[in-house]
Write a protein that binds this ligand. Structure first.
Ligand SMILES: NC(=O)c1ccc[n+]([C@@H]2O[C@H](COP(=O)([O-])OP(=O)(O)OC[C@H]3O[C@@H](n4cnc5c(N)ncnc54)[C@H](OP(=O)(O)O)[C@@H]3O)[C@@H](O)[C@H]2O)c1
Length: 198
């Protein structure tokens, strides 16, 4: 398969890249890449990346941010920052990617536990994650050419959680387990799903 991974130098995207690179033709993109630079907050940048690539069988996005600030300090601009970056970055990616994919291809987005689980500072991120879950559910039936679209919502990755007060009562998830969930979204037959791992 020909697979594009955006965020391929990051914790999650890098692990996905390494897990797939030996058996597939994998293209790793991120802002500071010398080979496949892309900024998902800029639709023209996404378009120009796809114009350089062959038709693909899958796109996985593991990039996107929103401010992590206490509720009482959040401004309207803070919300828009997350909407422009993690939300519309991934929404625009889907709209642009669908014209550069083979029939039956797969698109996988990334959100996270903060869609469902409040933490001090998580409100702006939760807004975006929750919107993406609804977007994937409502876009999936209407994407042509049997293109599937899903989202992976990981918990906090790593084993540092006991050392701070965030995510009290939650277990950290192992990166290897998270990668298996991306593979399920990638190679399975489901569409419109939120794959939660936490
Ligand atoms: N780590 C966790 O525990 C965890 C848990 C749940 C959900 N998540 C979510 O998973 C996603 C990835 O997290 P991560 O921990 O792997 O992040 P990370 O280690 O900071 O990596 C982010 C990756 O995305 C790229 N990137 C950032 N902004 C970009 C943009 N606008 N356009 C293109 N590429 C961009 C970065 O490279 P450049 O800086 O060069 O662009 C890097 O390759 C985030 O949305 C995060 O909220 C993470």
């Amino acid at each position: 398969m020909k697979i594009l991974i955006i965020g391929a130098s990051g914790l999650i995207g890098g692990a996905i890249y390494n897990a797939l690179k030996n058996e597939h033709e994998v293209f790793g993109a991120y802002r500071t890449s010398s080979e496949y630079p892309v900024d998902t907050t800029n639709a023209a940048s996404i378009r120009s990346l796809f114009e350089r690539l062959p038709k693909l069988d899958a796109v996985i996005n593991a990039a996107g941010a929103a401010p992590f600030k206490p509720f009482e300090t959040l401004t309207e601009d803070d919300y828009y920052e997350g909407i422009k970056d993690k939300l519309m970055g991934q929404v625009n990616l889907v709209h642009i990617a669908k014209d550069h994919l083979n029939p039956g291809a797969s698109i996988t987005l990334t959100t996270g536990i903060l869609a469902d689980h409040p933490e001090k500072g998580s409100t702006a991120l939760a807004l975006v994650n929750g919107a993406l879950h609804s977007f994937v559910m409502a876009a999936a039936p209407f994407i042509d050419n049997n293109i599937r679209i899903n989202v992976v919502a990981p918990g906090s990755i790593g084993n540092h959680m006991a050392e701070n007060e965030l995510f009290a009562g939650h277990k950290a998830v192992a990166i290897d387990a998270v990668i298996e969930v991306y593979k399920e979204a990638l190679f399975g037959s489901q569409t419109g799903q939120v794959f939660r791992i936490y």
